[in-house]
Design a protein around this ligand. Sequence first.
Ligand code: DC
Length: 232
Amino acid sequence: MTKAVSKNIPVIAIDGPSGSGKGVITQRLARAFGYHILDSGAIYRLIGLVARKHGVSLEDEAALAALAEKLDVSFKTTGDAEDPLAIWLEGYDVTRDVRTDEAGVDASKVAPLAEVREAIRLLQRSFKRPPGLIADGRDMGTVVFADADVKIYLTASAQARAERRYKQLKDKDISVSLHSLFMSIRERDKRDMTREVAPLKPASHAAIIDSTSLSIDEVFDQALAIVTGKLD
Ligand code: DC
């Protein structure tokens, strides 16, 4: 009975490397279909934040897994098209803290730990609620929602992703070299793709979109066509 009910809730898994545009496409698809969003990267970032808050070492796998299992988090829609998701941790709005570079670095340290990944499996699956879910991450289609109705792997060359990030930072008057961004993207790709547990790779039968020379509108149109084609 439970199985039949949950089977009727569509899940769209969007995986891919950093800077491939997954976040924006996830938000636009969620708006188009009125579905919920799971930003799984934010959960790894939150584990890093919680660990720092409670003085737990980022190398203590068992203690991190225990924190992760009890993670008191909620995602709230803001109604703001630019920044639609507010993230609350233990009763506080941590939306900005979660997006810092430091939180990203901490997240990349806790993400390879098998016990941590296992500890948040059920939490991630609990985001599957009516009318449907768009799940964004690295292992949505391969592990957490291996049963997803639609799987999309969104990628772009490291150079294109570095140039996008460079432009975003430049627009905010933050000066950084394009080369250092490129090198750091390559390093993150390598870490995400070669780790032992849940490495980043396209799920079998995933539709692959290479956004290197596409505008965000063109990527969205392709993603929308894929999702509509599969859900109909
Ligand atoms: O997408 P992001 O930058 O917020 O991800 C933060 C870190 O978490 C990054 O190192 C990749 C990792 N991650 C993961 O291992 N599995 C996911 N499903 C999502 C993110």
